[in-house]
Design a protein around this ligand. Structure first.
Ligand SMILES: O=P(O)(O)OC[C@@H](O)[C@@H](O)c1c[nH]c2ccccc12
Length: 252
């Protein structure tokens, strides 16, 4: 699946059109996760659909979900902007950024410098770079470009080996361990521990995907995660504020 998505991205880039820079202010994604509202930080994802689950939220309204996440005291937001596989849009990111006050991650498959420039233009505070999708040298170059543009970078990996290769070229402040294998879509909560030992003490570790319950959060926290990135479990609920509270086992 990942290869198909990447092939499609390359095609999309052939019709790339530069977007106007909206001039939206930058917010520190890293600082928000460094000082989270709860013991474990939360990146709450605005996600309509995915290739593995189909439509997750039929009555999708990005600004509303974002505001509800903020009221539920999420630390950061993630917005899917990939159109073809996730039914996202770049415009969703800009409108979420305007609607809520939290730092926003652009969740997409970034393989080219023009996409970094575009992320800055539409108001992203951070971008995702996927270790399994990029050569380590290119990843480090895109990382540097994003940082120069005032954005943070979440470097996502699925395997320790890929992370080792990346660390030879760049030291990311935010490392995401994806519990979902993007090639097979199998999800199982992984032991962040083995990754923890590899990275500098001041980098934050984010456990991503397949997190549904307070017990899951407790499990990944014990494994060494500083934060979680959650989409489906929150988007399936009627009200995203309540969904965040339930995810952390907080009852009204
Ligand atoms: O909906 P979930 O299982 O809570 O997962 C969220 C997030 O981790 C997932 O959307 C994701 C992780 N890495 C990605 C890369 C591209 C697109 C999507 C993703």
């Amino acid at each position: 699946m990942l290869d198909l998505i990447l092939a499609h991205k390359k095609e999309e880039l052939m019709n790339y059109r530069k977007r106007e820079h909206l001039g939206l202010e930058k917010r520190s994604f890293f600082q928000a996760l460094k000082n989270p509202n709860r013991i474990t930080g939360l990146i709450a994802e605005v996600k309509k659909a995915s290739p593995s689950k189909g439509i997750i939220k039929a009555d999708f309204s990005p600004e509303t979900h974002a505001l509800q996440y903020e009221r539920g005291r999420a630390d950061c937001l993630s917005v899917l902007t990939d159109e073809n596989f996730f039914q996202g849009r770049a415009e969703y990111l800009s409108s979420v950024k305007r609607a809520a006050g939290l730092p926003v991650l652009r969740k997409d498959f970034i393989i080219d410098h023009r996409q970094v420039e575009e992320s800055d233009a539409i108001g992203a505070d951070a971008i995702l770079l996927i270790g399994e999708a990029l050569d380590a040298v290119l990843l480090a170059e895109l990382h540097a470009h994003a940082v120069e543009s005032g954005m943070d970078v979440l470097v996502e990996v699925h395997s320790v080996q890929v992370l080792e290769g990346i660390l030879k070229h760049v030291t990311p402040k935010l490392i995401g361990v994806n519990n979902r294998d993007l090639r097979t879509f199998q999800t199982s909560i992984m032991r962040v521990e083995e990754f923890r030992g590899l990275v500098p003490e001041d980098s934050l570790l984010v456990s991503e995907s397949g997190i549904h319950t307070p017990e899951d959060i407790e499990t990944v926290r014990r494994f060494g995660a500083d934060a979680v990135l959650v989409g489906e479990a929150l988007m399936r609920e009627q009200d995203q504020e309540q969904a965040v509270r339930s995810l952390f086992g907080e009852h009204a």
